[in-house]
Design a protein around this ligand. Structure first.
Ligand code: AHR
Length: 495
């Protein structure tokens, strides 16, 4: 007899909404993410809108990206926003010290970014400079972006061509303050944060500001503890967390040419996200039992060695079915922790780390990660349906990991979606899905799978990996029987 895993999807009146902002993205001035990626300039032969590639705009709209974080990353705490506004030919240059030491000409600045977000229908998330800035520079930025008129910064914005303020709710108060943001202790940063947050004003007074404190590196629980303990609640709306998936930090391995051992290790770090989110949330629960402060995982994704022949400071890597596994399992973790995790940002959008889009000259392709994000966007702002199951294991050389990951939701019109991932490199897994009491009459599905784990979409065969209709669903006595192939992502729709 074949092993079968019973997955029960239940409905709980108290279950939280899955915030659409969990499906956020991140674009840094790093390598070819902005320049030579998103932004090609108005004079480019590549069709563009205000210098941003039309094919990327279309792809991101299609993805329904809810928010976009910018301009860093480590770059954020070296960025002086005033250098990036006003006539482009008068802007000063700077050296991008973290990423390849290249010259940044500041041609893509705040207006370009905020206008792009309006085009995309995405909320901007400005990660503002604390590490090498001042409270004055920081608060003038808030005034420039949000003040209606009559203030020095608002008038300057108008001179620069933007009459109305933008609507920017999400503000990051520095980035990785324990590292590239200033190598601060948690205790020191908590004080600095209090100071900066005090002078941030919500000039537009629309939705209120959402101030996000630079958060912990992976399992630095002390960092979260200190921020939650020392920052008064009226000054903070979110605490960040960064965690990447890799084989080993000092030996990341190739993004395409990896062994099963390397795959297994990568999935081990990816699945650790569940423990991280659980433990950071438990600390937050202690200080914020009413759940007013969000956990914002504003950098996550796979991180490998750069592609051969490319600038090591540009973090350009390919994206295989391993990345689809990271995306599927991580998003399931976030969905299942939607109570506290209200925002997250995949690193990064174009040509950097676990990108959803890659470009080469005029060519552009969508990665397996793009397809997973798109398949999963049905969970955005839907109500979480808790799932109960015992996962079979994926075994490798005496070690084991849970093979199956699941999350489910019900949207406003009553449609149920269940996303399932099988990370097992060899074994298919049979799932019996119980949707009892959810009013489901018809089930359909889409699946992302490929022949080999190391498969990817290349510029020669950009459509090699694509979601396909999944029609082999048997329903018997209210139980749906599905067979999950090795390293596959399946999203089922129940109506
Ligand atoms: O995403 C690449 C880098 O990773 C970011 O700049 C930094 O915040 C993190 O260490």
């Amino acid at each position: 007899a074949q092993d079968v895993t019973l997955v029960k999807v239940v409905e709980e009146s108290e279950a939280p909404m899955i915030s659409k902002h969990i499906y956020g993205h991140f674009s840094e001035h790093l390598g070819r993410c902005i320049y030579g990626g998103l932004y090609v300039g108005e004079e480019s032969v590549v069709p563009n809108t205000a210098g941003v590639r039309n094919d990327i705009i279309d792809a991101l709209k299609e993805l329904q990206i809810p928010n976009l974080r910018w301009p860093g990353g480590c770059f954020a705490d070296t960025y002086h926003w005033k250098d990036g506004v006003g006539p482009k030919d008068e802007r000063p240059t700077m050296v991008n010290r973290w990423w390849g030491g290249v010259t940044e000409d500041n041609s893509f600045g705040t207006h370009d970014f905020l206008n792009l977000c309006e085009t995309l229908g995405a909320e901007p998330y400005l990660a503002a400079n604390v590490g090498s800035s001042t409270v004055k520079e920081f608060t003038e930025y808030v005034e420039y972006v949000l003040h209606e008129g009559g203030s020095p910064m608002a008038e300057w914005r108008k001179e620069n061509g933007r009459e109305e303020p933008w609507n920017v709710k999400y503000w990051g108060v520095g980035n990785e303050m324990w590292g590239c943001g200033g190598n601060m202790t948690a205790e020191h940063y908590a004080d600095v944060y209090r100071q900066y947050a005090t002078f941030m004003t919500d000039w537009t007074n629309s939705d209120g500001l959402f101030r996000i404190a630079s958060g912990a590196n992976v399992d630095d629980y002390h960092w979260t503890e200190v921020l939650m303990r020392d920052v008064p609640k009226h000054l903070i709306e979110g605490v960040a967390l960064h965690s990447y998936s890799f084989v080993e930090w000092n030996e990341k391995g190739s993004s395409i040419d990896y062994s099963e051992e390397q795959y297994f290790s990568t999935m081990k770090t990816a699945l650790k996200m569940d423990t991280l989110v659980t433990k950071h949330s438990a600390i937050m629960d202690k200080y914020d039992p009413d759940n007013t402060i969000a956990l914002v995982v504003d950098e996550w994704g796979g991180w490998y060695e750069v592609m051969e022949g490319t600038n090591p400071g540009f973090l350009y890597q390919q994206n295989t079915m391993r990345d689809a596994m990271i995306a599927g399992t991580t998003l399931n973790i976030f969905n299942n922790h939607a109570e506290r995790v209200k925002m997250a940002n995949l690193a990064q959008t174009v040509n950097v780390l676990q990108a959803v889009v890659l470009t080469e000259g005029e060519k552009m392709l969508l990665t397996p990660t793009y397809h997973v994000m798109k398949m999963y966007n049905v969970h955005q702002d839907a109500k979480l349906l808790p799932v109960e199951f015992n996962s079979p294991t994926y075994k490798f050389e005496g070690e084991e990991l849970p093979a199956i990951s699941v999350s489910a939701s019900k949207n406003e019109s009553g449609t149920v979606h269940v996303s399932l991932v099988n990370i097992d490199a060899h074994k298919k897994h049979n799932i019996n899905l119980s949707l009892e009491g959810l009013g489901v009459k018809r089930l359909s599905g889409i699946i992302l799978t490929s022949d080999n784990l190391q498969d990817y979409n290349s510029f020669e065969t950009p459509g090699a990996i694509q979601p396909k209709e999944f029609s082999t669903i048997k329903v018997k006595k209210g139980i749906a029987e599905v067979e999950l192939p090795p390293f596959s992502v399946l999203v089922l729709k129940g109506e």
